[in-house]
Design a protein around this ligand. Structure first.
Ligand code: NAD
Length: 510
């Protein structure tokens, strides 16, 4: 296993970097990172100390004073170089993501590809930070709107996307003129160290200051908390669970900080009577078991019309029987391990609860043991007959459990079931009817941030704005006009005449 060394991962790593420099970090609470694939330790990290945190913020603030004045297409040029370098590291970085997080190698490489794609997108965006011209009601006046950089942007990321979520935020924020302070999940910090070691030298080689991309590693309750409380950080982009997100949102609102919240989902697929099952079945299986059910967009609820319920159930049982669970670095494997023992406990507890609440497990649900499973984090993806109102179905269990829910009658009944949860991230429908699809996409349709037709709920492209409604938090990242969240909007009025007309025709004479 040579990929950690190829990426500069050492036996013991500092958890504090201002760019190309690594600060001496805390000797206390050393963090040992083990792989969920085989339970073997990979490397240790010294978490970022309070002193190192202070230094990093100060360096970042100084970097901002320089970076905000660099023309944005030139900022894009740096991002173009980062994209080129990431291409060179795709193979080992994808392997590290897969080994550290447990997702399949294909998905590990997919994550690096997503980073490359957002770099390309951000380069284009760097020439398109458009404001607008607004018609002024006053003579010889002009009004325009422009966007200014914000400052230090804190990016707090979840364990399930150790690389891509940072890139969605960081590449766009950087072309907007912000500097980025990243705190990855302490479950997957080695990927962050590897990325920092790729990009730090590029920034330095361009003659740019330290502090444009900084990294701090430590527990959420210590370093994460410092970031959300810090008035020097005007924007925090947080990706994680709803309970942590609720706390982050409250702290930020209290100090009038800006936030982008990308929280949990409880995503559903609707199968209308005319659904094309040749498309639907593989899409559902990938969406429900990909990343071992640990994607924010994982399909958790399948809402099936009664006329096709038995056919779909049979097809899914057959498809699940062909799934190979095991080492995610083996390319023939479909499902890797869960992230840790706590995640396995959530899986088994949810299955016990659904049984008590009236559900029935029709396939899978066991914790897998034996010599072919090198850690105790492997589970058999579960198919469960359930009803939408069960308390456990209303929650996001971050594991491969798919609830099969029956509906009857008109499509509006399925849409009502789909929308009857507190989360609002991703949704999809399989139908060949234009009327049914358009109803799903209409104002009385899906209430989610993402609504797909004839495809699953996961695997979004970076070109669209990504995010969800309701308890998913309302944030948007990546493409479309998501860049605006990383900037300060400014409305400008200029009087180029020799009179002083007041708006609304107000008279004030001296
Ligand atoms: P989590 O909430 O446990 O942790 C997320 C991040 O918050 C981590 O970096 C953690 O260290 C940090 N954190 C913890 N306590 C904190 C505090 N008090 N202050 C500041 N930061 C703190 O989430 P997780 O288990 O890593 O990730 C899984 C969750 O993330 C799921 O709910 C999933 O749906 C969600 N998620 C959402 C999206 C999205 O785009 N909507 C994407 C990926 C994951």
């Amino acid at each position: 296993m040579d990929f950690p060394a190829q990426l500069g991962i050492e036996k013991v790593n500092s958890g504090a970097s201002s760019g190309s420099q690594w600060l001496s970090a805390s000797e206390q609470d050393r963090l040992m990172v083990s792989s969920p694939v085989d339970a073997k330790p990979i490397a240790a990290i010294q978490p970022c100390s309070s002193e190192a945190f202070e230094q990093i913020i100060e360096v970042a603030q100084r970097a901002f004073l320089h970076w905000r004045m660099v023309p944005s297409p030139k900022r894009g040029e740096l991002i173009r170089k980062i994209g080129i370098e990431l291409r060179k590291h795709k193979t080992p970085l994808g392997r590290l993501i897969s080994y550290e997080m447990g997702k399949s190698l294909q998905e590990g490489w997919g994550e690096v590809q997503e980073m490359i794609d957002i770099c390309d997108f951000a380069v284009g965006q760097s020439r398109m930070l458009y404001g607008r011209t607004i018609a002024s009601e006053r003579e010889q006046h002009k009004m325009v709107e422009q966007y200014q950089p914000l400052g230090v942007v804190g990016v707090l990321t979840a364990f399930n996307f150790p690389a891509a979520v940072w890139a969605w935020n960081a590449m766009i924020a950087a072309v907007c003129g912000d500097v980025i302070l990243w705190k990855p999940s302490s479950k997957v910090p080695l990927t962050a160290i590897a990325i920092q070691k790729i990009i730090g030298p590029i920034v330095k080689a361009e003659g740019l200051p330290e502090g444009i991309f900084s990294l701090v590693i430590g527990k959420g309750k210590t370093i994460g908390e410092k970031i959300i409380q810090d008035h020097r950080i005007p924007l925090v982009s947080f990706t994680g669970s709803i309970p942590t997100g609720r706390h982050v949102a409250t702290v930020l609102a209290n100090r009038f900080g800006k936030s982008i919240l990308e929280l949990g989902g409880n995503n559903a697929v609707i199968l209308a009577p005319d659904a094309n099952l040749k498309l639907a079945v593989p899409a559902i299986v990938f969406g429900a078991v990909g990343t071992a059910g640990q994607r924010c967009t994982t399909i958790r609820r399948l809402i099936i019309h009664e006329s096709i319920f038995d056919t779909v159930k049979k097809a899914l049982i057959k498809a699940y029987a062909s799934l190979k669970v095991g080492d995610p670095l083996d390319e023939s494997v479909h499902v890797g391990p869960l992230i840790d023992k706590e995640a396995v406990l959530c899986f088994t507890t949810a299955l016990e609860q659904v049984k008590k609440q009236g559900g029935k497990i029709i396939r899978g649900g066991k914790v897998l043991t034996g010599s072919s499973y090198k850690s105790n984090c492997y589970v058999e993806p579960a198919l469960v007959m359930a009803e939408n109102h069960f308390p456990i179905v209303q929650e996001e269990t971050f594991a491969p459990i798919l609830y099969l829910i029956q509906y009857s009658g008109h499509i509006s009944n399925a849409i009502r079931i789909q929308n009857s949860v507190k989360q609002g991230l991703s949704s999809s429908i399989f139908t060949n009817s234009i009327q049914t699809a358009e109803e799903f996409l209409s104002p009385c349709g899906s209430d989610c941030g993402i609504a797909n037709v004839n495809m699953g709920t996961s695997g979004a492209e970076i070109g669209g704005a990504f995010g969800g409604e309701k308890e998913t938090g309302g944030g948007r990242e990546a493409g479309s006009d998501a860049w605006k969240a990383y900037m300060r909007r400014q409305t400008i009025a200029v009087n180029f005449g020799d009179q002083l007309p007041l708006a609304q025709g107000i008279k004030f004479e001296l």
